[in-house]
Design a protein around this ligand. Structure first.
Ligand code: AHR
Length: 503
């Protein structure tokens, strides 16, 4: 049977915020060290940035880059990460049981963003785990105040004459999680987030602030956490955060393929909670969503690895969370991107966790090459073509049975209309065995041809890119898509991520 939907420019979801294509660099494993920063690498520039990685980061098209954590930020002392590199202290990182050299710090992060280009924007997290209002303010003053005060002049003395201009700030990380250093109840966190936000706005009313939401929809405190935190912070913050990671549980690939069902319900439940608090406060303001950690993550493997740590061993830049993604993973990943785009009216920041080596689209070998994982491609294509107005897509699709989500659509899709009127359809076929014929009625859209149909699919759904075979999986062109009489017809291969560009 056929999957169908209709596109009409009169029915839109909203404009895609470029920040939807953000990512995340945490001091975790080899994300920073031997990931983006490796002074002895043959491609490293004078600042130690690997140019092979920088080229891939540019190609990926990432925008906002969240830093320095993640769980790491809850023990972060920003002062350790500034000034002459040789004077910086080595510290224990409790979050990842590692040693942090601080060779790469705040100034290096800002310099890295500049090298990516104007689309890259800082998104800095403050430590509300072991620290509080005072340290957040000090960091903000060091980073953003032009000059003439102790902390701004300290930055200038460190060689950064221009302020960093960090606009987007996260008020801590996953404070609802018992694993978080300095974990708090919703009431405790709501208070410290409100006080920190108030103070940061006193320093600069233009900052944009993200309060911590839940670490996942399955947290016991989910929704009540958001409501409590927002009651304290509603007028002081701009965003509430969401984090979600997906993996196949008990080899249940069919449910895994429908992970976006959970992601979309998570988004809708958080929107409902925000709007409920707004209604109770009789506020006209809307809180937006910062989905600042999302990905496929084989979390259970990491949990197993964590039990093997030797208490006395605090390695530097160990190999942690280095998931190697398959074609199946990339199709789920593409579907998660579709879920974000489908909610672009309220999800106005999103960060793929993470950027390099750690559950990442880009992998590196110390001293060796860098390469693209399967998940690199859906992200790069969405970041390139997913700009403009998201059109309302209501699919009429054949379904399949999943253990976790019941009956799910085989087709998951969205469409984005660019400023020049061209339209890109992003679509996933969740069937592992059957092709899915697709028909799209195009109403009131001045489109005459299929510019390109590209798919990521493979006879081996387990195929992946590795150090030995870095280009085993890449998207391929698909023949046969046609646009006639205002109707697009195409066939989606089994288990595939598709980008269909119409002009
Ligand atoms: O991205 C990996 C970790 O996942 C982050 O440090 C944390 O915020 C989340 O639990």
């Amino acid at each position: 049977s056929i999957a169908r939907f209709t596109l009409d420019p009169a029915f839109t979801v909203g404009e895609v915020n470029p920040r939807l294509f953000g990512s995340f660099v945490e001091h975790l494993g080899r994300c920073v060290y031997t990931g983006i920063f490796e002074p002895t690498h043959p491609t490293a520039d004078e600042a130690g940035i690997r140019q092979d990685v920088l080229d891939l980061v540019k190609e990926l098209g990432v925008t906002a880059i969240r830093y320095p954590g993640g769980n790491f930020v809850s023990g972060y002392k920003w002062e350790d990460s500034v000034g002459p590199a040789e004077d910086r202290p080595r510290r224990l990182d409790l979050a990842w049981h590692s040693t942090e050299s601080n060779r790469f710090g705040l100034s290096e992060y800002i310099a890295f963003l500049k090298k990516i280009g104007p689309q890259a924007e800082p998104m800095m997290a403050v430590n509300l785990g072991t620290r509080g209002v005072a340290e957040a303010l000090e960091l903000q003053e060091y980073a953003n105040h032009p000059s003439g005060t102790a902390l701004s002049d300290l930055r200038r003395g460190h060689g950064d004459k221009d302020p960093f201009g960090i606009r987007l700030w996260c008020l801590g990380n996953e404070m609802d999680g018992p694993w978080q250093t300095g974990h708090k109840t919703a009431e405790e966190y709501g208070r410290i987030a409100a006080e920190t936000a108030r103070a940061m706005r006193q320093l600069d009313p233009c900052v944009e602030l993200v309060a911590c939401g839940s670490s996942g929809q399955s947290m016991e405190t989910f929704a009540e956490w958001e409501a409590t935190v927002l009651k304290e912070t509603y007028d002081l913050v701009d965003y509430i955060s969401l984090h979600a990671y997906y993996e196949p549980v008990d080899d249940d690939v069919d449910s895994f393929l429908a992970s976006a069902v959970d992601m979309e319900s998570f988004i809708e439940n958080v929107v409902a909670t925000c709007d409920h608090v707004g209604a109770r406060l009789k506020s006209k303001k809307k809180i937006n969503l910062s989905f600042d950690e999302w990905n496929v993550w084989y979390l259970s493997r990491w949990q197993e690895q964590a039990t093997t740590f030797e208490q006395d061993d605090w390695p530097e830049a160990p190999r942690l969370l280095e998931d190697n993604y398959s074609v199946t993973d990339a199709v789920v990943f593409g579907s998660l991107l579709i879920a974000l785009l489908r909610h672009a009216d309220r999800v106005t920041v999103a960060c793929l966790a993470q950027l390099v080596n750690v559950i990442a689209p880009i992998m590196t070998e110390p001293g060796g090459p860098a390469w693209r994982q399967t998940t690199f491609f859906p992200f790069a294509q969405a970041a390139q073509y997913g700009r403009g107005q998201v059109l309302d897509v209501r699919v009429d699709s054949p379904t399949y049975e999943t253990k976790k989500y019941g009956e799910a659509d085989l087709l998951h899709a969205t469409a984005v209309r660019a400023e020049d009127g061209t339209v890109t359809v992003f679509a996933v076929n969740r069937s592992r065995t059957e092709s899915l014929p697709l028909e799209v009625a195009l109403n009131g859209l001045d489109l005459t041809r299929v510019v390109e149909h590209s798919a990521l699919a493979d006879a081996d759904p387990d195929a992946r890119n590795t150090l030995d075979e870095p280009e085993r999986v890449t998207p391929h062109p698909v023949e046969g898509a046609a646009l006639t009489d205002g109707r697009l017809t195409a066939v989606l291969e089994p288990l595939s991520w598709n980008v269909i560009r119409l002009g």
